[in-house]
Design a protein around this ligand. Structure first.
Ligand code: BG6
Length: 478
């Protein structure tokens, strides 16, 4: 279904995110027929270039990052014709009048701030000074949304000077992932899970986001951030919220975000022995984290595992184990809900622990698996084994499963539709930092040094031990 006519201005339109994600994503929406013919995309950045130069830059970007669709050459010319470029100076007057002249005020206007957060205030101020933005405009911002509570509050305050909360779209691209949205469909679209989704039946929950890539290429940025700020405060937190939140009364922006906020506010502090941080070591001629970060004394973590608890009636006493890291064994993201043991087995001689485990595989091989216990076939008596009830979406849905929009495509179209459900509200971001800050300050004060782990492993041994001590174990990363 095509969205309404729009003018989308991308500040930082020549930058990495614009070339890798935003424009190839818009091109795919164009191919799917969702982008109206009259829509305009206006790149704006410091570089001195005209619209033709910009079109060439984006043609190259789509060829490089656009996947198979990039070969649709006929279409690409029609798409590029909808692109424009204006050099603007965020800290001066240059370009703003030209931008004003290009914008059509009768259509939806959205401004994507794909720039350093330090420029948000300048851009917002210019947009108002030159009468380009008004109360119907939308503004899109990206992470990092601050590096702690203080800076996040400052950013929120800067944006609030110029825009209402209902105009601000804070992107966490995990929320745009089809399988992440599916978490809500699974939980709130089935009668099966809800009665078991609490501390009476759930033993613990594991959330793993493992990556095989290192930080090479962006080491300088990453070293000021680390896995806690880069992944846990935002993406992992969102996954945790969707798994743990109460059912909102309706799938709508404030109803969903109110429930997520309650989860974040109910998160407990964490004891030091429930946080394990790691850094990948060098192997043969492959550089270590410290080499990639170009900081031989770095104490920044490229891996983190932690155990947290949510203090409310539903979850009190249920550990949530989170882990994420770079240069691990495989690229995989999954959530496992591990149910409690049966109180009593009626099968003599069956001493093995049988557990139902619901695994939601977010990427790759999106799907769900439910581990169930059945009788081992054969004449050997009532011997039990665990087997998976397997639903890989590609099998269940056929080719449709491949045809899902990338997170950015989905989210940008939501901006145009004016739907904030999958965007973070200011208070949510602040609450997440309010939980994260003391943990980071704690390990800094203790002078904690990350444990070294081998590339291609599952992370430091201590992360394994954290669960072993409690008679549990991490699921294999594969
Ligand atoms: C980004 C982080 O937000 O998410 C990266 O800054 C990380 O460090 C990336 O690699 C992971 O996203 P995805 O979609 O590849 O799981």
């Amino acid at each position: 279904i095509p969205v309404e006519e729009f003018d989308l201005v991308i500040f930082g339109g020549t930058g990495d995110l614009a070339r890798r994600k935003i424009l190839p994503g818009l091109f795919r929406r164009f191919l799917s027929g969702q982008m109206p013919k009259g829509a305009r995309i206006i790149g704006a950045a410091r570089a001195d270039m005209n619209s033709d130069g910009y079109r060439q830059m984006i043609r190259d970007a789509i060829a490089e990052f656009g996947g198979d669709e990039a070969s649709e050459t006929d279409c690409i010319e029609r798409f590029l014709a909808q692109l424009h470029y204006i050099p603007v100076d965020a800290k001066g007057d240059g370009g703003w009048r030209e931008l004003h002249a290009l914008i059509r005020f009768k259509v939806i206007n959205a401004f994507y701030f794909s720039v350093a957060p330090s420029l948000f205030g300048d851009l917002a101020e210019c947009l108002h000074r030159f009468n380009i933005a008004d109360e119907s405009s939308r503004v899109v911002v990206e992470k990092p949304f601050g590096r702690d509570l203080t800076t996040a509050k400052e950013l929120n305050a800067t944006l609030a000077e110029h825009f209402d909360e209902g105009q601000i779209y804070r992107i966490d691209h995990y929320l745009g992932k089809e399988t992440v949205q599916n978490l809500m469909a699974v939980r709130f679209g089935n009668v099966l899970f809800e009665p078991l989704w609490n501390n009476h039946y759930v033993d613990h929950i594991q959330i793993t986001v493992a990556e095989t890539v290192g930080v090479g290429g962006r080491g300088a940025y990453y070293d000021t951030s680390g896995a806690m700020r880069d992944m846990v405060q935002n993406h992992m937190m969102q996954l945790l919220c969707l798994i743990a939140m109460e059912a909102p009364s309706v799938f709508g922006a404030d109803a969903v975000r109110d429930e997520k906020l309650k989860v974040i506010r109910a998160l407990q502090g964490i004891e030091p022995h429930h946080i394990v941080r790691g850094q990948y070591a060098a192997t043969d001629d492959v550089p270590s984290y410290r080499d990639d970060a170009e900081n031989s004394k770095s104490h920044t973590e490229s891996f983190i595992a932690l155990r947290c608890e949510i203090a409310n009636w539903r979850w009190a006493g249920v550990p949530f184990y989170l882990r994420t890291g770079k240069k691990l064994k495989a690229r995989t993201s999954e959530i496992a809900v591990v149910f409690k043991d049966l109180g009593h087995s009626i099968f003599p001689g069956d001493e093995k622990r049988h557990r139902n485990i619901l695994t939601i595989q977010l990427q790759p091989n999106e799907g769900m698996q439910l581990q169930v216990t059945i009788k081992e076939p054969g004449p050997g008596g009532m011997r039990l084994i665990d087997v998976p009830l397997d639903m890989t979406f590609a099998d269940a849905l056929g080719p449709e499963a491949d045809d899902v929009p990338d997170a950015y495509e989905r989210l940008i179209m939501d901006v145009i539709r004016g739907d904030q459900t999958l965007f973070m509200r200011g208070d949510e971001v602040e609450a997440a930092w309010a939980w994260t800050d003391p943990l980071i300050e704690g390990w800094q004060a203790r002078g904690d040094v990350p444990k070294v782990y081998d590339q291609g492993s599952a992370g430091p041994e201590d992360a394994m031990m954290m669960l072993h001590r409690e008679g549990r174990r991490w699921r294999e990363i594969k």
